[in-house]
Design a protein around this ligand. Sequence first.
Ligand SMILES: [Zn+2]
Length: 372
Amino acid sequence: MQVKRHALLSPSIGTRRELLSFHYGKPGSGQKIYLQASLHADELPGMLVLHHLKQKLAALEASGDLLGEVVVVPVANPIGLDQTLMHGHLGRFEFASGENFNRQYPDFVALLGDKIESQLSGDAELNKQVIRAAMGAALQEIKPASELASLRHTLVSLAYDADVVLDLHCDFEAVMHVYTEEPYLAQAEPLNRFLGAQAVLLARGSGGASFDEALSGLWWQLAERYEGRFPVPLACLSATVELRGETEVYHPLAEQDAANLIAFLQHRGVVAGPVPALPAALCEPTPLAGSETLTAPHAGVLVFLRQPGDYINAGDVVAEVIDPLSDTVSAVRATVSGVLYARGIIRYAAAGTDLCKVAGKVAFRSGYLLGA
Ligand SMILES: [Zn+2]
């Protein structure tokens, strides 16, 4: 195992942060797998999962059972990790800019433009190498001008040539769920099943230039662009794994999640040994555009009547919003049927507040599909 330290651009005189990456196995000896946790720095279950995963990877490396390279970044956001305000940890948006740490990653399709076309051929494997080389060159051209930009640039530079990228997040209160891009569904299915995902949300570019889609999106977009001319493989399965709710930071869960990730790596052929049987799928994937976010009709105390993981039928009352001055009790109903996969953690709702999400089967939204 090799530890690499990456200095971030210093935002201020007399202080400098760094990002640490842990590299297991041999580069170029097989697939490259990249995992990071807590890009939203107050989402901590992934940090504990990667703590457990690191021990397992070290043992596999020592026994010679690691057949590829695994890069682990357990603390993907040292900027946000240090952001507290009046005893509250606020790790989703950078204080300095207000920007979401998981937005505004490079648009590789735009960066590559027409530069690669003359180098493409009928060989998909060679095309993959050409595209990765061009991605690397494009990243070297970028000169980050802020600490946040240097964080994004460092993370993408570590991950852009990986075959699998897993970005570990969590929601407020939630069941295990996974976001990935629809063209990668076949590659993602073993991951979803080993993790026990209770919702799988699929998109083809959800509009936010998130970390995962910056890395996976290029490949299917180029495959479509050059269809019938040059074969382009889906060379980077990238997924945002939502490790349940933000307080579900427990050794038994994290240990099991790490073991499940190792099972997935065995299935991918990155870890030697007998491939574990694939567990049954716990859900059918659904379109992200079919996910309904229920909102508060007015301000009040929020009372959930249904739990994360419950199957909701269209018309079911999921929550009530109660104004104790007028004694108005408003039922909040789902208009789609599906799993209630995530809900908020604060029990006072301002008018219009997002309350919870239901994974409907039929796409009804379009355009920008992510939250703030
Ligand atoms: Zn997150």
